[in-house]
Design a protein around this ligand. Structure first.
Ligand code: GDP
Ligand code: FE
Ligand code: FE
Ligand code: FE
Length: 195
């Protein structure tokens, strides 16, 4: 099958091969499950399903890149340099969007923004961005305390699911004494504290 030619010239099989070559097998399986969950969440919603699929499949494209390459790209590019104090957990969204554009030729701004935001979220989030953020958290392979509750909320109210995922991610980071990226706090203030 082909996607709309304005989104990518790659076939689905070609795209999957390129993604598979970038990430480990476990993560590749995760990416396929995120697509499945994201398409489920997109049902009956006013969102382009091809963009849902492409954003889901590409969201972790940069996750297994060597740190040195990621650091070099952050230094050379137009990135928030504060990212350098964090690790690939934070980098792979922003740098991933750049790599997906450069290496896969996918240049749709809505898709790239969904990739960019998928880890830390944002105060303003489009429907596509919310779907990817929440699908990443609740895909069928995820197994953590609270995931069932997250899935139930997700089935009812996407905004509440953004809130739940943000709150529980932050809670986990605090409990394990991890650094909080400022954009994660911005997301918390908007979606959990409803600032
Ligand atoms: P994944 O790429 O499918 O594993 O999922 P994500 O991209 O959503 O998250 C990657 C990791 O980033 C998760 O382990 C989150 O807990 C972590 N993370 C999210 N926000 C922050 C933050 O503000 N600081 C730190 N240190 N880690 C974060
Ligand atoms: Fe990710
Ligand atoms: Fe996530
Ligand atoms: Fe992911």
């Amino acid at each position: 099958t082909k996607w709309s030619s304005d989104l990518t010239t790659l076939s689905r099989v070609e795209l999957l091969e390129k993604i598979r070559a970038q990430i480990n097998e476990r993560r590749f399986a995760h990416v396929l499950r995120v697509e499945e969950k994201a398409l489920e969440l997109a049902q009956d919603k006013n969102v382009n399903l091809e963009k849902v699929s492409l954003a889901a499949l590409c969201h972790d494209y940069a996750k297994d890149r060597p740190d040195e390459e990621m650091i070099a790209r952050i230094k050379a590019g137009d990135y928030d340099q504060e990212m350098l104090k964090f690790g690939s957990a934070i980098w792979h969204g922003d740098v991933g969007a750049e790599l997906v554009s450069e290496e896969l030729g996918i240049n749709d701004a809505e898709i790239l923004n969904a990739i960019r935001l998928h880890t830390v979220g944002a105060s303003e989030m489009s429907l596509l961005e919310k779907i990817i953020y929440v699908a990443d958290y609740t895909e069928a392979g995820r197994d953590f305390p609270g995931v069932e509750e997250a899935r139930q909320i997700t089935a009812v109210d996407l905004d509440e699911a953004v809130s739940f995922a943000t709150k529980h991610t932050l809670q986990h980071l605090i409990e394990t004494n991890q650094k909080i990226y400022p954009k994660t706090l911005t997301t918390y203030n908007r979606w959990v504290a409803k600032l």
